[in-house]
Design a binder for this molecule. Structure first.
Ligand code: ZN
Ligand code: ZN
Length: 158
């Protein structure tokens, strides 16, 4: 069991009410993406100096799951046009507007939490489903927002 060098505590399971980050102002960011994790589980001590991810590979595990759990538009192999992730109807990318998306996580080894993403979304004209206008740039901006949140709260790998 790891201990804090400052207070000598063994690190135990704790949580922040929320942890937020964004891609705004990040180098290479193309879209504004805001991300909030509520609550944010971590391993910590009583003095607060030591904060670590709830288990090894927590963040590498959560990052791709965000794409899997959120409704996302599909991008054609050729031409790069977006189509509805539910029904396949073509989507007009120019109608993208900021939307809020939420996904619940229940991972083994930690408490359940919700990931909220505010980013460019589209509504399908055919089936009405709202989805993230996920292209390569938005995917990378989403990673930037998560890294920003981790940096702000000084959570280190476990
Ligand atoms: Zn401490
Ligand atoms: Zn559709």
């Amino acid at each position: 069991m790891k201990r804090c060098k400052q207070c000598g505590d063994e690190l135990t399971a704790r949580q922040l009410p929320s942890m937020a980050g964004s891609s705004v102002g990040q180098k290479g960011a193309g879209n504004d993406v805001r991300l909030v994790i509520q609550p944010m589980p971590y391993l910590g001590c009583s003095c607060g100096a030591e904060r670590r991810a709830p288990f090894p590979d927590f963040f590498p595990e959560v990052r791709p799951m965000i794409n899997d759990k959120l409704p996302v538009a599909k991008r054609a192999m050729f031409g790069g046009k977006l189509s509805c992730g539910s029904c396949g109807h073509p989507l007009a990318s120019d109608l993208a507007a900021m939307r809020t998306f939420r996904a619940s996580f229940a991972l083994e080894g930690t408490i359940p939490f919700v990931v909220e993403i505010v980013a460019k979304g589209l509504t399908c004209a055919s089936c009405g489903s709202e989805q993230l206008a996920l292209d390569k740039q938005l995917d990378s901006d989403l990673s930037d927002a998560l890294i920003d949140a981790i940096d702000r709260e000084r959570i280190k790998p476990t």
